[in-house]
Write a protein that binds this ligand. Structure first.
Ligand code: MLT
Length: 313
């Protein structure tokens, strides 16, 4: 009877709202993907979806929360590349990336853009570099904390350019963007899902993209860093979805099937693609594939981070 009632309980999943934890502040790129995805997930999952922003420490606070949540399918995590950089950066990380989560599937890939406050006196990439060179020691670079996408991109950019900048960490690039627009910080490298609207609206200046190829749409005019002298520069961000370790298999299968359906939603595609994101192909919305990919990303980023001597206690 006990076994029957347990089985029946999972058969009814979901029978209450499902929370997706976003490990960054509201209004930023991870939040944007999560809110758009929640719209598309509602129907296939047949549930109300609540977004909870748990920002701070480059996404590790939100990830910690989900790693310790009840493994019942009602608390999920939507995180980015930070899943694979945190193990090298945080000496006291409260979870094991590969052991403490169930992997549900990858979602998208997103390019990044190098942007500045609107008052920065440069209108093209070459002039921006001249300005950075002339202002060494005084430049503030905004990011979303150690291990965030903006941190990784800034780190790679600074080390390639060989100009040190003062990093200013926020709980997400949503609030960082507000300060950049207001002129409190100078530059930032952030995902197109957060920057395209601000660039198009003239709220910030944009100088380059981080992908090896130029982008389409309104950002097509921006040069790549690769063509601007940084041969091989390539930072592309990805997002994926996770559940706490031990979530029952039938529940994971339901979420994975709903995620697959949501990623085919035409409206979701339209919204994401208009902002430069590329939705992954169906075969990557797969737990084994997702986990293998995160493992390869850990192996790729760990030596870069160690060589840069970055860590947090
Ligand atoms: C990042 O830099 O990691 C992201 O922009 C985080 C966010 O969603 O705010």
């Amino acid at each position: 009877v006990a076994a029957f009632s347990v089985g029946a309980a999972w058969a009814e999943y979901p029978d209450k709202p499902v929370t997706i934890v976003v490990p960054f502040a509201a209004g930023g790129p991870t939040d944007k993907v999560a809110r758009d995805l929640a719209e598309a997930l509602r129907k296939p999952l047949n549930a109300t979806i609540i977004i909870e922003n748990v920002g701070g420490a480059g996404g590790t606070l939100g990830a910690t929360k989900v790693s310790k949540a009840a493994p019942d399918g009602y608390t999920l995590l939507l995180h980015h590349i930070g899943m694979s950089t945190a193990p090298a950066l945080y000496r006291n990380l409260q979870y094991k990336t590969l052991d403490d989560f169930e992997y549900l599937g990858l979602i998208n890939e997103v390019p990044m853009t190098l942007i500045s406050r609107p008052s920065l006196p440069a209108n093209n990439y070459a002039d921006m570099v001249k300005w950075l060179d002339a202002n060494k020691g005084k430049i503030n670079l905004a990011n979303a904390g150690l291990g965030s996408a903006s941190h990784l991109c800034g780190l790679l950019y600074m080390s390639t350019l060989k100009i040190d900048m003062t990093t200013v960490p926020y709980k997400g690039t949503g609030p960082a963007m507000t300060d950049l627009i207001g002129g409190q910080v100078d530059i930032m490298c952030d995902q197109t899902t957060n920057t395209t609207t601000q660039i198009d609206g003239g709220k910030v200046k944009a100088f380059a993209v981080t992908t090896p190829k130029r982008l389409g749409g309104s950002l097509a005019k921006l040069p790549t860093l690769d063509e601007s002298g940084m041969k091989g520069f390539n930072v592309t961000i990805w997002h994926g979805m996770y559940a706490p370790k031990g979530t029952p298999k039938p529940v994971l299968e339901k979420i994975n099937a709903a995620l697959k359906a949501a990623l085919k939603d035409a409206e979701f595609h339209k919204r994401e693609e208009a902002l430069g994101a590329v939705i992954v192909t169906d075969n990557r919305v797969n737990p084994a594939e997702h986990k293998k990919f995160v493992e390869s990303e850990i192996n790729k980023w760990t030596p870069v981070i160690k060589a840069a001597g970055q860590y947090a206690d």
